[in-house]
Design a protein around this ligand. Sequence first.
Ligand code: PLP
Length: 829
Amino acid sequence: MQSTKNGSAPIPLGTDPDVVAAYSHHCRPELARMLHSLSLDAVYERAEGDYLWQRRGDKLVKILDLVGGFGTNFFGHYHPDLVAEERRLTEQRVPFLAQGSCRLGATRLAEALCERAGDYVVIFTNSGTETVEAAIKHVMLERPKPLLLAVQGAFHGKTTGSIQLTYSYREPYAHLGPEVRFLDMNNPADWRDAEARLKEVAAIFIEPILGEGGVRPLSAEFVAWLKKVQGEDEIPIVADEIQSGFYRAGSFLASQEMGLEPDYICMSKALGGGLAKIGALLIRRERFIEEFSIKHTSTFAEDDRGCFLAVKAIEIAERDDLGARAKETGSYMLERLREVQSRFPGLIKDVRGRGLMLGVELHDISDSPSNAIRMLCRQEFLGYLAAAYMLNVHCIRVAPTLSERFTLRLQPSAYIERKELDRFLDALQMFCKALEAADVPHLTGYQVGCQAKPIIDYSGRALSRREQPRTENRVAFIGHLLHPDHAVLWDASLIALAPHLAEFMARPSHILQGTIYDQLHVQSSAKAEVHLSYIGLDLTPKQIMEGIYSRDTQWMMDKIENAVELARDNGCRIVGLGAYTSILSGNCKRIQTPGTILTSGNSLTVGMAMEAMKQAAQESGIELSKARLAILGATGNIGATLALMLAPQVESTVLVVRDLQSPRVKSMIEEIARAAGNLEVTDDLYALQKCNMIAAASNSPEPLIRVEHLSEGPVVVCDVAVPADVSADVMVERPLATVIRGGLVKLPHNPDFVIAGLDLEPGYAYACMAETLLMGLEGVTDPVSFGPIKPEGVQWALEAAKKHGFALGKFERTGSMANGLKDLRVAHA
Ligand code: PLP
């Protein structure tokens, strides 16, 4: 089933969950999790020509394969003549393994390779990386020198030797191999610098076209330099043609076209026609050291099946003139890609390559008006977003390169038809249009079963403001959505996914790190200024509470640590841990990342809640010393402090807790009873009916206090919980109740202060965030709310708030979450 041009055809979504779970369990757990998070966890059950068939529920969906086994499927999947050759080999019982004999298949293949490449001795291997290993080993026999040269961005494999030459991934193994100096192929000064050590160099390893490194052909100047050192300094050149060779770039070898005459040639991938795992190392005859014949062997190498299939592959490639075909189709594609680039110059940075080894580089558009797109770019997931969109919406398989994650690699078979490439070009344009329009649901709605609809332009609906800091006085605040529906306050386009936001936000949580969204200056009435960076984590309260109950919190802690690091690296001296991040981190105590002053911000939360309750009680005619106070969530840090500080001022106190048996409850009772005589403890919410002052500070993700829990008389409820503990209907059905959305602070000089994703009226901040700001304004050097809150901290926070003009929030719950969302929906309609 294929999509239509506007991508709206019905596509059954999802893959085979059983296979994904089992693969994740048995094979590569973290990778499988990442593929799932990115909606790239496809299960393919069939392959033929340029197509793969993906299992989607009870259907097999035909997918155009432009990845081509990262260059291996030059003939497509199961080319019929290769299949016939494989059958012949089986039917005629051609030996598979007869080691230590003069092998016919290897002979024929070596002859064929030398006919096309020159006079070399050929050592056969089983894979690309083994071929590079063999090259390193022969070089070291021939020229035992300490240094190898390679190119920045190079990929030569991942076994212990070859990984030394691979630019990324090598770090934990670098000490296990020879010293490697990586050349910047675009910087002649760097090559000249390397010349100082040429005498120590055993060989230079190159890919004529860097594959993994972003599909980058070597420049003519660099090739000229390589030829110079090869000629004048007699340094052998090892051309890794594992990906670029075998006609993919047009000629048998890409290096031939560049005028290079390599001393060693590594081949693999397409050599086996996509059906045999085979590699070949070609060593110039005069360099070959006979000892190597026994120094490098492998049980399966030189197998006759693989060799005969490779001979057949060469025959077919020349019969069908696949080199010319690759060149022609590649030029067509490059030209068409350039047209798309000229239409979207702000999105497509570059298109490049040779033959059918092509790369499309996307711009990093972290400045997108969409916060979701910003987040994906910041974490280098834009290429994966493109790949997932192509797969799930247009049934086309493309992939970014692993080390250049903004570059999509296109390596289809030489038989690919132009109309199939045109399909990709249409899909690419659609992708660009949706990116430009910041239409995240179009790009990702398939994740929650929503088909891509015609693109809507949300580009004028940026919700975050980013002011570059003009002061050294910088703080960061780490938070997350308090309800999945608040996602529409973070990215306006997500309104189109409204019923699915919980699922939508939770799916990629495991792989996404915190991102800086809003960056704002905040002024105080004491004429001071602080710059705030808000770092949002893709986490919801429900996910966090589930994680806490099931003891699966490490991944969330890692996210918080990472966010603290991000804050520190962005020059923030003080970091506030908002909402559930303070609970997860034991009120900051579990954070390991050094270099910042951390705060839970809870001292000001407690201070403001006390002030608000006293003021509201007075306005409602409730005499404090005669009041009956209830504290909900009294075992928490905020609840406990409120109880300790308020209990001595009221007539009686009730602690409402979730678990009466918890050891924490016992120690709390003893502590509070010392401060207040009349104390009760219960797990019954109906006990609230007899109280006229209530402080609610539970960490429940859902509201706990409903209408029936409250008396009909005057009652002050200070809801400090985030998300709220008091359900919205209390406002309507208990007219004598004063519900204070505790923990809110009005900023003195920033009436337009808004953080995208937080359900607050403009000009208001959470008290914990306000404490972070105050710490910045005051230039503190010691933590205020680190671990349990102390009365001195509460006192400090209240005094600082007064000095800088940070005032109590409003008493009514106007502009609450429900209203905010309703307004947005109206605006959208
Ligand atoms: N060299 C190059 C240029 C490659 O592209 C690759 C694989 O992508 C290798 C070496 C490693 O080959 P293999 O994955 O078969 O070990």
